[in-house]
Design a protein around this ligand. Structure first.
Ligand SMILES: [Zn+2]
Length: 190
């Protein structure tokens, strides 16, 4: 069973059904109140025990995450965990089929466009982060065309060769005249 609700940003949030939360609390038993047991099942990365305590908790990433400092009750080691909302974004393709947004696909497209270009690795990371942030900040459904446009906008400022490579795939160039038209458009803009 799934539940969903609108986030503050308008996107849909998905998560476990409230019913499941109640079951988990029941399994946890009355010893530990409410969510305490659920957060305590993060195992110690040093000795693998389940008995860890939250010793500090504060907002991070401008309120989009909670950073928790924990201490193992057995070996005493301290470690950090992060809690973030996971927003599911659906991508509708040109043939009207849909699939979950996958930043690895964005990365593969960028790696092809930026192959052998100077600073390619940094450029790929930069654009993937930009497109990810865009995809997760708006509506719960985006089109593959919109994602392509976001990538083109980012590449136009970053690397014109990579821009033309990506545009040739995205805009389905048929021949040299398509490239000439695109180059002329780039020159008009710059
Ligand atoms: Zn430990």
């Amino acid at each position: 069973m799934r539940w969903q609700q609108r986030s503050a940003g308008g996107g849909l949030l998905f998560g476990a059904a409230p019913q499941r939360d109640r079951r988990l609390r029941a399994v946890a038993g009355p010893k530990v109140a409410g969510w305490g047991t659920l957060t305590a099942i993060v195992r110690c990365p040093y000795c693998d025990t389940e008995d860890t305590r939250v010793i500090d908790s504060r907002p991070s990433e401008e309120g989009r995450a909670i950073r928790r400092r924990r201490q193992c009750a057995i070996c005493g080691q301290r470690f950090t965990t992060f809690e973030r909302a996971s927003v599911v974004v659906t991508v509708v393709k040109r043939d009207q089929t849909s699939q979950p947004y996958d930043s690895e696909k964005v990365r593969r497209g960028l790696e092809a466009a930026l192959a052998d270009r100077p600073g390619a690795e940094d450029a790929v990371e930069t654009v993937v982060a930009e497109v990810d942030a865009w995809a997760r900040s708006g509506s719960a459904v985006v089109s593959s065309e919109d994602i392509g446009r976001q990538i083109l906008d980012a590449l136009r400022d970053l690397d014109e060769v990579a821009y033309l490579r990506f545009a040739s795939v995205y805009k389905e160039f048929q021949g040299a005249s398509d490239f000439e038209r695109e180059v002329a458009a780039l020159e008009r803009e710059s």
